[in-house]
Design a protein around this ligand. Sequence first.
Ligand SMILES: Nc1ncnc2c1ncn2[C@@H]1O[C@H](COP(=O)(O)OP(=O)(O)OP(=O)(O)O)[C@@H](O)[C@H]1O
Ligand SMILES: [Mg+2]
Length: 446
Amino acid sequence: MTRAITLHDVSKAYTRGARVVDRLSLDIAPGEFLVLLGPSGCGKSTVLRMIAGLEDIDEGLLFLDGEYGNDLPPSDRDMAMVFQNFALYPSMTSRDNIGFPLRIESPGTDPAPRVAATARMLGIEDLLDRFPAQLSGGERQRVAMGRAIARHPSAFLMDEPLSNLDAKLRNHLRAEISQLTRELGVTTVYVTHDQSEAMSLGDRVAVLRGGVLQQVGTPRTVYSLPNNVFVAAFIGTPRINLLRGLVRAPLDGAMTISLGKQFLRLPEPLSLDHQLLRVQQGREVIVGLRSEAVRIAKPSAARPGEVALTGLVEHLEFQGHEVLVHFNTGSRPAVVPELEAPRPGPDRPARRRRREGTVLERLRERAGALRAGPVVTPAGPGRPDPAPAPAEPRVAGDLIVRTTPDIRLRHGMQVPLLVDLAHLFVFDQHGERICPNPERLPGLEE
Ligand SMILES: Nc1ncnc2c1ncn2[C@@H]1O[C@H](COP(=O)(O)OP(=O)(O)OP(=O)(O)O)[C@@H](O)[C@H]1O
Ligand SMILES: [Mg+2]
C-alpha cells in the first residue's frame, strides 16, 4: 500500500511573521519519487517534518490519500523517515536495530522473518550481528534503510540520507535507493540540496527557495524549461551562463540582444519566441546560455540558428573527458545572490549577524558582492522589487563553454564562438522566464 500526499497552501513560521514555508502546494502521486531541492535553509526539512507529523502545520491542508491529515499523529501516518545521521541505536546489533520498530508496532509478533527478508533485499545478511560501531558509513546507512523498509511503510521520507558519505558510496547508494523504492513502489519524498542527486533520482523535482515553491516538474522539464533564473541557475553543471542583456528591436532593422561589447543578432525570420521578445525593446533582460548552447567554431561553420560571438580565454578547467573554458566576452554577468554567497533573504532574519561571521565567510561575502555586480532578485509574493543595480565591476570569465580536451587553447587567445539560439533563455528583470515563452511549451512531457 502506498500513499498519495497532497499539500495545499501549507505555511509554517517558527517566529511570528517569518514564514519558512510559504503557501506550498504539491500533489505527490502514489508510488512517486519526489525530490525536494533547494539551498540550505529554504525549508526542505520543515516540509518533510510536516508531512511526517513531527511539525505542526500553521496554515493550509495536508491530505493523505485524499483524507484530511493535519492532526494525525505521526504513528498513524504509516511513514518511515531516513535521516542524514542514521541514528542507529549504538547498543543494538543491526538485527535489533531493524527489528526494533517492528517490535514496537506489533509487540506479539516475531520480527525475525521480516528482518531476514529485508536484510536479503539490501544484501546485508552478513552484517546482522554487528553493532553500528563495527560498520562503515555506507553499511550503517543500509541498516538504517533496512529499519525503514522492514516496517513496510506507505511512504518513505528521506532527509539528505546520503550527505555524510563519500562521493563514490553516495553514487552507489543513490542507485540502490532508486532501484529499491521503485521495486517497492512506495511513495518517496527525498530531500537534498544537491541538484545532480535530485536530477538523477526524482520522477519529479520540486525546487524551493526561501520557503516558496519555484517549480515542480520532471528533471528534464526543470532543466530545459526553468520557470525563473533561480531554477535555471540552481540546476545544471556547469552553472548556466547568465548575462545581462538589452533588447533592441528597431522597426527598420534586425532585432538584437546587446551583451555589452557584443550582441546576439536574432536570426530572421524571427521565431515566435523571439518575436514575443519585441515588447522588451529597450529593457534590460537576463540572457541564459547553458554551456551546450555555445561551441567553439568559426562564423563560417555556423548552422541555421547559430550566431557568432568572440571570447578571450581567461581560464581553463581540465576535467579529463572535457575542458571547461572560461571566456571573457565583455558581457556583464547577472547573479542570483543566494547561489553566490550565503546571505539571508529580505524577509528572513540572519542566523548569524554579519559581523559575527568568520573571516572566510566575510571574505566570501565581499567576493560575492564584487563578483555579483547587478543583482537579480526575482520578486516573489510579498517580496520587494529588486534593488537598483550597484556599480558594475568588470568580471573575468563571463561565459563558460564545454569543449573536448583535444582543442588546444591558451590563456589570452581570442576565440570564435557560435551560440545556438534554439537554446537561448531570456528572463525579465524579475528573473521570470520570458523566452522560451511560458505560454507555449514545446512538446515536453510533464
Ligand atoms: N525549530 C526551529 N526553530 C526556529 N527556526 C527553525 C527551526 N527549524 C528550522 N528553522 C529555520 O527554518 C528555516 C528552514 O529550515 P529547514 O531545516 O527546513 O531548512 P533546510 O532547507 O532543510 O536546510 P538544510 O539544507 O540546511 O538542512 C531555516 O531558516 C531555519 O533556521
Ligand atoms: Mg534540512
